[in-house]
Design a protein around this ligand. Structure first.
Ligand code: GLU
Length: 304
């Protein structure tokens, strides 16, 4: 209960900052300010989709909606605007767009998606326990996770980096972290990767909690993927900056049940179709692109 309240408080700080910094992210109230801003694509919802042998798909069909796991406190990637009610428009970001384009190819429109916020440490359990049909949320594909879940993709490759105060001069990369306090999230690859650099590591459930600690000076840096950190920096440009020297490779995949190769192939097909028809790039420009990072090359799918 306590942790949940803490996350809600931390997220509301980020949400408020996000609202304050709005004017370019396509919220209903900013259409005038956003004239000329990149527009989100809409995805044609397929009809008569059949995926024989996929348990998750059969259950989603039966209940009439998909249940998708996502992050809710990562601006431009997976963000929930808590002031916008619980409708489809409350969620925004590149991961949310990836989830929606896949859903459309599976035959589910945005109003047939139920979103569930799942933090990093709970992803494998949520997927293998059948709480969600698939997960899209800065989820690195790696062999350890592949032993528990399956991945479509990758659909983007990020790299671990550091977020520091704008005026910080002594943190220049992971090798400068000895005895510094660094905040990251349990159950992430970020926490595993940072251990060897001799920093004092503080951990929370969600990155927004770390950003709050950085803003109050309780930690010296936040570490995770550059894509995530650039979003926080863009929302607080006067206070925060990304060091900008990524030191890992984080290929993002769509997580799903380990034995569901039918759904995995269908999600890979959907990713390929939307990459090829330009939706991927449009979605990127209208979400992550707004944090100042130009679209990278689309990574090749790793079908297995
Ligand atoms: N991509 C990394 C991971 O999957 C860090 C970001 C996250 O925790 O979602 O662990």
């Amino acid at each position: 209960m306590r942790t949940r309240r803490t996350i809600a408080a931390a997220m509301s700080v980020v949400a408020l900052t996000a609202v304050a910094a709005c004017g370019k992210s396509g919220s209903p109230s900013d259409s005038a300010a956003g004239a000329g801003a990149p527009k989100l694509p809409t995805y044609q919802v397929k009809t008569d989709v059949k995926l024989d042998g996929s348990k998750a798909f059969a259950e989603a069909k039966k209940r009439g909606r998909l249940i998708i796991g996502a992050k809710s406190d990562q601006p431009f990637l997976g963000f929930e605007d808590l002031s916008a009610g619980s409708g489809a428009s409350a969620r925004s970001g590149f991961d949310i767009e990836i989830a929606k384009m896949v859903a459309a190819d599976l035959g589910f429109g945005p109003d047939q998606i139920e979103w569930k916020t799942i933090v990093s440490a709970n992803r494998e359990n949520a997927i293998s326990g059948g709480q969600i049909d698939y997960y899209v949320g800065t989820y690195t594909i790696n062999p350890g996770r592949k032993a528990q879940v399956s991945f479509a993709g990758p659909y983007l490759v990020a790299g671990q980096d550091l977020l520091v105060s704008k005026d910080n001069k002594d943190i220049t990369g992971p090798d400068s972290l000895k005895d510094k306090s660094v905040c990251t999230v349990t159950g992430s690859t970020s926490i595993q990767n940072i251990e060897k650099y001799g920093a004092k590591v503080t951990k929370y459930e969600a990155y927004s909690q770390c950003v709050d600690k950085l803003m109050t000076g309780e930690v010296d840096a936040v570490t995770t993927d550059d894509a995530i950190l650039k979003g926080y920096a863009a929302k607080n440009p006067d206070k925060l900056k990304v060091v900008g020297k990524p030191f890992t490779q984080e290929p993002y995949g769509v997580g799903l049940a380990k034995d569901d190769s039918v759904l995995r192939n269908a999600i890979d097909d959907a990713l390929k179709a939307h990459e090829d028809n330009g939706d991927w790039k449009k979605a990127y420009d209208a979400t992550l692109g707004l944090s100042g990072a130009a679209a990278p090359a689309v990574p090749a799918l790793d079908r297995y």
